[in-house]
Design a protein. Structure first.
Length: 375
């Protein structure tokens, strides 16, 4: 299990890095990669993204067979074969960004391994995935447990629940002792849903618009921008958690709907599988969102642009958007959105920001490490 989490953490080091060769012409690099065989008398050398990618892939594949099939029952909160398959699916989905070599067929196969295992099914109640009783959901492949009495942090679900509450919102109705008046939606995110916040897509049911403006004239004003308290410290029947400061809700890191959308995207990018399955998987996600088939799309509507938008709708606040935009080459210099680049109308930003800077403490600790271009 430790190897799974080490490999997954390493992926974060290469995550969201865009061109294989940045504008400076020098291949971007990341902090050193060391293992149990490292010579402690030497300074660790800086690794390349391809080296880290290969390490993560090999570790995940090596440990998979030794893990339980699912993270349910006594294995809840522990890595499983399904969790490995989802980490691999994301690794392969972004392989062209990380290494310069696409792995679409492998991304599709990893997602398909989750789907064909029949260990998971879409939860008929979307909001349960983000409520205290999500432990009962058959859709969640891997969750990070949080408990108001025994697992406390000011990050994690404490942040995600409190930061989305403010204005005229009643914090107690979300099982909280107050709001932090922080997270809101850009208008572009609202507009991706059919009919906006009041349309037929039921995934907007948790949006909060009372006293909120859709436009954001001032970032510092919580009432500018719709609130979207997706995570809450209550059950789907309204019962509050044990502690109103630290939630009992677990974080759903990977779930089946994500696997469905990865399959569809990988297929469209030439990764094999079938068009019938790709369309069916997307429509299954949308049937839950619409409560029936009225939101179904036809084959000609299933495009890469549609998948990017559907991932935004389905996976809002779930930590994939930056990764997705970098993969689509839309994070920095090719698109704008409200307040991008720090201005109300938005502006393009330098492409070197597709790659995170290496922290100053890493550079200080190891003088052999070079900062990424542009920082």
């Amino acid at each position: 299990m430790l190897r799974v989490f080490c490999a997954a953490s390493v992926i974060m080091l290469i995550g969201s890095q865009q061109p294989p060769v940045p504008p400076s012409g020098r291949a971007s690099e990341i902090p050193p990669l060391v293992d149990e065989n490292f010579d402690l008398s030497a300074l660790p050398r800086q690794a390349t993204r391809t080296e880290v990618f290969n390490f993560a892939e090999s570790e995940l594949k090596a440990i998979r067979a030794a893990l339980p099939a699912t993270s349910r029952g006594d294995n809840y909160g522990r890595a499983s074969q399904g969790a490995v398959d989802m980490v691999l699916a994301h690794l392969y989905l972004n392989a062209a960004v990380y290494t310069g070599t696409a792995r679409w067929a492998d991304a599709r196969a990893a997602a398909e391994a989750v789907i064909s295992s029949n260990n998971y099914s879409l939860d008929p109640n979307y909001i349960r995935l983000f409520s205290i009783d999500n432990t009962a959901s058959q859709e969640i492949i891997f969750a990070i447990p949080f408990d108001g009495d025994r697992t406390r942090t000011w990050g994690g679900l404490t942040y995600l629940t409190h930061a989305a509450v403010g204005g005229s919102m009643n914090a107690a109705s979300y099982g909280l002792d107050g709001g932090w008046w922080g997270l809101r939606l850009r208008p572009e995110a609202v507009d991706r849903y059919e009919g906006g916040a009041t349309g037929p897509d039921r995934r907007t049911s948790y949006f909060y618009t009372t006293g909120q403006t859709k436009t954001i004239a001032s970032i510092g004003e919580f009432t500018n921008g719709y609130a979207a308290p997706k995570y809450r410290n209550i059950t789907t029947t309204g019962q509050a958690g044990k502690n109103s400061t630290h939630p009992d809700t677990d974080y759903p890191m990977f779930r089946l709907a994500d696997a469905y959308l990865i399959y569809a995207e990988a297929h469209l990018r030439g990764g094999g599988g079938t068009a019938v399955n790709a369309l069916n998987y997307v429509n299954l996600v949308r049937q839950r969102a619409y409560g029936g088939i009225t939101g179904n799309i036809v084959a000609t509507q299933l495009t890469l642009d549609f998948i990017l938008d559907e991932r935004s709708r389905e996976l809002l606040w779930e930590g994939f958007r930056r990764e997705d935009l970098v993969r689509y080459d839309r994070f920095t210099d090719n698109t704008t959105w409200t307040w991008k680049g720090g201005v109300p109308a938005g502006q393009v930003t330098p492409s070197h920001r597709d790659i995170y800077p290496i922290p100053a403490n890493e550079l200080f600790a190891n003088p052999t490490i070079k900062q990424n271009p542009g920082y």
